[in-house]
Design a protein around this ligand. Structure first.
Ligand code: AMP
Length: 189
């Protein structure tokens, strides 16, 4: 299996690149943000539980997020591999993912981090808000999300670096150039 983590702050281009990568490598895309949004839209119990947390730009508690992620993996027993987009966002999530994958005889193949400056991020998300209308892309919520990233999520990077699994790609530039840089790394796995 090819199990990739696409890592980066909100607005780094994870969604866009994931779409292209799943097509190239025939992977199952697991975006925890997309799954939460689907639950909120369908007004499931989980959706009700997390809607306010997400609207405010906070991270959903690890226990909820990890349980949901494991369910998604189990739903795809035929998968050739997964691309994890927006997960793990805490070290506890990264550790749980390792334990879970090990329990099914799998592991993370590699982690690719999209490097983007904070200024570029804010500009991109402002633009995205015009198109997506996502409530959590509003300026104050966005600040919160970027804060969550720099407080909690960046610590995931040294975790994978310690395992020798981390690669970085410049996330500023043309979508195709970034994609080529990503595939150059992934093709070597
Ligand atoms: P995203 O679409 O990846 O930016 O996620 C949107 C929101 O969903 C985040 O701001 C969090 O509130 C929540 N979320 C998504 N993935 C996670 C995760 N791995 N851990 C905690 N919260 C998450």
């Amino acid at each position: 299996m090819l199990n990739l983590v696409l890592f980066g702050p909100p607005g780094a281009g994870k969604g866009t690149q994931s779409e292209k990568l799943i097509e190239r490598y025939q992977l199952v895309h697991i975006s925890t943000g997309d799954i939460f949004r689907a639950h909120i839209k369908d007004q499931t119990e989980l959706g009700k539980q997390v809607s306010q947390i997400i609207a405010n730009g906070n991270l959903v508690p690890d226990s909820i997020t990890i349980a949901m992620l494991e369910e998604e993996i189990k739903k795809n027993p035929q998968a050739k591999g997964f691309i994890f987009d927006g997960f793990p966002r805490t070290v506890a999530q990264a550790e749980s993912l390792d334990v879970f994958l090990q329990s099914i005889g799998e592991q993370i193949t590699g982690v690719v981090a999209l490097d983007v400056t904070e200024e570029e991020l804010k500009q991109r998300i402002a633009k995205r808000q015009e198109l997506s209308g996502r409530a959590d892309d509003a300026a104050d919520k966005l600040t919160k999300r970027i804060e969550e990233y720099f407080n909690k999520t960046v610590h995931v990077l040294p975790y994978y670096e310690g395992q020798g699994k981390l690669s970085k790609v410049n996330g500023i530039g043309e979508i195709e150039t970034i994609f080529d840089d990503l595939t150059a790394i992934i093709d070597k796995y």
